[in-house]
Design a protein around this ligand. Structure first.
Ligand code: URA
Length: 293
């Protein structure tokens, strides 16, 4: 082959490789989770590199968290070799025990930073614990960090966070007068939706988080947050705008909890902002009517 042909071939191979890489990133596989590539087309192949696979394909994107009609069922490919669990995650009982043993927010943060039971930690860049003023009386709980939050280690700092900030500003609040966290403290790779197993594993931590903050009012931002913390099966369309009670034996009294749309959903469905505005006015009234001491 003449050298110009070889060069052309090399360029074409390179373009094909770059296109394949771009396709994977676009599909959400944007995190390297093993040293060696795994050829999943080879039947029965298993290597240690498969030990930290997330529970669902990272290609199921978290396109807007809990918007109506979103298919959250974990995908599975029929011919994939079963992942080998080299280091089995500790049972949820461990999370319960650890979360139950902490007495302050600083201890909870340290316990989460040391917790190795959730595979999401392996692909996340940072623990996203919380932001704002825990003493403000107002606590908002979202779903899980996205890419910006993962990079900065703070909740709701990306575009949906900016919208949330504007919604708070509309009722005279900001991060100095509200406290914000998420159900999950680590970003699901590729922004995919958290699995029920990941949510269940992290539940004791967010429950303890709420107990330690002891807010006067809770805002459940999006369906995942509302369903998880209220233990209800209804979709966010039915729950939003309604006040519920968040009950915990470690809290002196039930906390009024408002379910509302996730700002990521509002960015894609701006017509629903009107409903979200109603929710925030209801929140403002609740705060002004005097939050219980
Ligand atoms: N969406 C969430 O639910 N939480 C964040 O922190 C960012 C986006």
């Amino acid at each position: 082959m003449a050298s110009s042909d070889t060069e052309r071939q090399r360029q074409s191979d390179r373009s094909a490789l770059m296109a394949a890489l771009a396709w994977q990133v676009a599909a959400g596989a944007d995190e390297a989770i093993g040293e060696t590539p795994v050829d999943r087309f080879v039947r029965g192949q298993t290597t240690a590199a498969t030990s930290v696979q997330p529970a669902v394909s990272p290609t199921a994107p978290r396109t807007g968290f809990d918007e109506p009609g979103r298919d959250s069922s974990p995908g599975s490919a029929p011919d994939m070799p079963a992942p080998v669990a080299v280091a089995p995650a500790p049972p949820a009982a461990d999370a319960h025990r650890i979360a139950g043993a902490v007495a302050t927010l600083a201890e909870l943060r340290a316990a989460l930073a040391a917790f190795e039971g959730c595979a999401l930690k392996q692909t996340a860049t940072n623990l996203v614990f919380g932001d704002g003023s825990p003493a403000s009386g107002l606590m908002l709980v979202g779903e899980a960090p996205g890419a910006d939050e993962d990079r900065q280690g703070l909740p709701f700092v990306g575009v949906s966070g900016q919208l949330l900030d504007r919604m708070l500003a509309a009722i005279g609040r900001d991060r100095g007068s509200a406290y914000i966290t998420n159900i999950l403290p680590w970003r699901p790779p590729g922004n995919r939706q958290p699995t029920p197993a990941e949510i269940a594993l992290c539940l004791p931590f967010i429950q303890r988080h709420i107990e330690l903050v002891a807010p006067k009012v809770l805002v459940l931002v999006g369906g995942t947050s509302a369903k998880t913390l209220l233990g209800r099966n209804e979709g966010i369309m039915r729950m939003r705008g309604r006040w519920f009670e968040y009950v915990s034996p470690a809290l002196p009294r039930p906390v009024p909890a408002l379910a509302t749309f996730h700002p990521a959903y509002l960015l894609r469905a701006p017509a629903q902002k009107r409903e979200a505005w109603r929710d925030f006015l209801s929140l403002k009234r609740k705060i002004e009517s005097g939050m219980p001491d």
